[in-house]
Design a protein around this ligand. Structure first.
Ligand SMILES: [Zn+2]
Length: 310
């Protein structure tokens, strides 16, 4: 089955640790990265680089991304559109898409956005947890405010270029501002339902419906703290989140956004990337039809890419 995950932090893990993709480390490595499928690799701008080194660090991560797809062409290939995802995945390989997590990477420049697009970036998570020049992350709370003028310009330019606007990590005012500004459907690449786990990183039912009503997609995050308030999560809680998103937002909105290599703890039964395929059987046990399972595990994100990127 075609499997498409919206968020891993493998570029960050490799750069911070100095490990190689073919080391048997982390949640995602060469031994378990297999097609057919697609994966967004986030270039996560760690807060320690915010002051003066955000673009520098983003360049290092983009360079690493291209190094990886060049080094392992039998397994990985770059994709910048839904058509390219389909082509790579039909060869049994993994289509690799490039994302930036944290608008700090732009350093206030719309020109940088255009250059990042040309370097292969197709998704930007507008903030991490803090306020930046674009918007406010969830740590700021509602007092953090919404989209800035520059943030609105960035969303409009992303719509024009054909890039996915990612609303994960935003505080509520910024979230609603993005939905008012964006002409394209948006992605919440790695966020869960707050009704099942009351965490500031998760989405209210109203937010889930708003993303879904506009044709957007929500990737379920495997971080135990976003699955269970006591953090004692198993793969059943991942399945529960998927079922809940389908109930509230419909079968076209639910997807995967594992956050592998960005999270320190993992749910029991979902220890690494190779386990993603176990979800097929687990969702079948929930009584979901094969056509719905295919949507959740891959084709919802593919459809969003074809609407926004192509
Ligand atoms: Zn994140």
């Amino acid at each position: 089955m075609f499997i498409f995950d919206a968020h891993v932090d493998t570029l960050w893990r490799l750069l911070e640790s100095g490990a190689r993709l073919d080391d048997a480390q982390g949640h995602v490595n060469l031994a378990n990265l297999r097609g057919p499928g697609a994966q967004f690799f986030a270039a996560f701008v760690d807060p320690k680089y915010y002051h003066g080194l955000a673009m520098h660090r983003t360049m290092e991560m983009i360079d690493l991304f291209w190094h990886l797809v060049d080094t392992y062409p039998e397994v990985l290939s770059f994709a910048g559109s839904a058509a390219e995802i389909k082509q790579v995945s039909s060869q049994g390989r993994l289509a690799c898409l490039l994302a930036i997590e944290g608008g700090e990477a732009l350093e206030g420049s719309l020109a940088a956005l255009g250059v990042y697009y040309r370097l292969g970036v197709r998704l930007i998570t507008l903030t991490w947890n803090h306020r930046n020049a674009l918007a406010a992350g969830q740590w700021e709370g509602p007092e953090g405010g919404g989209l800035s003028k520059f943030g609105r310009d960035v969303v409009e330019e992303m719509n024009r270029l054909g890039m996915l606007v990612d609303v994960s990590h935003l505080n509520e005012p910024s979230f609603w501002d993005v939905l008012a500004v964006s002409r394209d459907p948006v992605l919440a690449s790695h966020s869960n339902a707050k009704a099942l786990c009351d965490h500031p990183r998760n989405l209210t039912d109203e937010q889930i419906r708003a993303v879904a009503d506009r044709g957007g997609v929500i990737g379920v995050n495997f971080c135990p703290a976003f699955l269970r308030t006591d953090c004692r999560a198993t793969v059943e809680h991942v399945v529960e989140q998927i079922a809940y998103l389908i109930n509230v937002g419909g079968e076209d909105c639910a997807a995967l956004g594992s956050d592998f290599d960005g999270i320190t703890e993992v749910p029991t039964g979902m220890e690494h990337y190779g386990r993603l395929r176990d979800l097929v059987g687990l969702l079948e046990q929930q009584g979901l039809r094969t056509s719905v399972i295919e949507k959740v595990l891959g084709t919802n994100l593919l459809r969003l890419c074809s609407e926004v990127l192509d």
